[in-house]
Write a protein that binds this ligand. Structure first.
Ligand SMILES: Cc1cc2nc3c(=O)[nH]c(=O)nc-3n(C[C@H](O)[C@H](O)[C@H](O)COP(=O)(O)O)c2cc1C
Length: 332
């Protein structure tokens, strides 16, 4: 099976990680990924200190393997972050700081609590800033991914970040959904992958079944980058748009964001009701272009095993055969 140095660094069996995904995280999904030998993570954004403690305890009840707690730095609740540090998770998974925010104080506090620090960056400059501030792992996230993403595609961004932050190890994110993606990430110089959308369509995912099914039915061409979900939520996200499923809600407000700002309170109430009801036309569904690679809803643990196995087969059988059978002779 594939092992990269990051497996030793994070004490995991497979170089496959789950992205912390705010309200789309759950203890069951986090634990399932970690139990299978990947690195689970739980989004702690918007959680109260009590909820951080409860969900971490629920995860630890299901697994004694390492997992991460995820915080969005531009909007971190100090009391919830302090509660998370007290719990001493194996990994503190950070993302999305404003450029005027100092990263070092957060990273130092996490290190003092015995955590490894990962930082997700969608741009080279941001990755270098995090590496200099002491991050143990950089997550290079391309704009194919689901949720909040930057402007660069994974294919150029990942090797650029790998080169810029060396020797700090990199996990690739944004558009990865299977073993082919893991092998591609390794070829680009990353030491593994971090996935969001693929795990949303899993048994343990907390999404409404209709939303999981919408991911399975997506051909990957039905996503759109916009600020519409953030405007509805009243959030000013630094340096990102949201990639989500293009549905009636998005189409209604596209090009009319000014009007959405005016109608925000009514819009967010409708949005929340639609999410609860599993209404895929009116509810927001953050998902990446890799939705087009997702055709089933297995357990999260099975996904980790499947991705690792497929990548192993490609590396040990398909690619070596390709090299051995090459008959090309230059100039003939
Ligand atoms: C529904 C959803 C919510 C997300 N929320 C967060 C979050 O709170 N914190 C974070 O660091 N990343 C978040 N992400 C981004 C993921 O960590 C990851 O970078 C992304 O999903 C990778 O692309 P993929 O969806 O193609 O796998 C979210 C992604 C999705 C799909």
């Amino acid at each position: 099976m594939i092992r990269t140095p990051i497996c030793d660094l994070l004490d995991i069996q497979h170089p496959i990680a789950l992205g912390g995904m705010g309200s789309a995280s759950s203890p069951a999904m986090t634990a399932a990924v970690s139990r299978a030998g990947g690195l689970g993570a739980m989004g702690c954004h918007y959680l109260t200190p009590e909820q951080v403690r409860e969900r971490t305890a629920a995860t630890r009840k299901e697994t004694n393997k390492p997992f991460g707690l995820n915080f969005l730095l531009f909007d971190t609740r100090e009391d919830s972050f302090a509660a998370a540090l007290d719990l001493r998770p194996a990994v503190m998974q950070f993302a999305w700081a404003r450029t005027d925010q100092e990263l070092k104080p957060y990273f130092n506090r996490a290190h003092e609590a015995g955590c490894k620090v990962t930082y997700m960056a969608g741009a080279v400059k941001e990755a270098v800033r995090a590496a200099k501030a002491g991050a143990d792992v950089i997550i290079a996230q391309g704009s194919e991914g689901g949720g909040h993403v930057g402007w660069m595609g994974s294919m150029p961004l990942i090797p650029m970040i790998v080169d810029a932050v060396r020797p700090v190890p990199v996990l690739a994110a944004g558009g990865f959904a299977d073993g082919r993606g893991l092998v591609a990430a390794l070829a680009l110089g990353a030491q593994g992958i971090l996935l969001g959308t693929r795990f949303l369509a899993s048994v343990e995912s907390p999404l409404h079944p209709n939303f999981k099914q919408a991911i399975v039915e997506s051909d990957g061409h039905d996503t759109q980058l916009s600020e519409i979900p953030d405007i509805a939520a009243g959030l000013v996200w630094p340096g990102a748009m949201t990639r989500s499923r293009r549905n009636k809600f998005i189409e209604r407000w596209a090009g009319r964001e000014w009007a959405l700002r005016q109608d925000r309170v009514a819009a967010i109430a409708k949005l929340r009701a639609a999410r609860e009801a599993g209404d895929i036309d009116e509810g927001p569904l953050s998902m990446g272009q890799d939705a087009g690679l997702i055709h089933d809803i297995p357990s999260a643990g099975e996904l980790v095993t499947r991705i690792a196995r497929q990548a192993n087969e490609i590396l040990t059988q398909t690619l070596p055969n390709l090299v051995a059978s090459s008959r090309f002779v230059p100039g003939t």
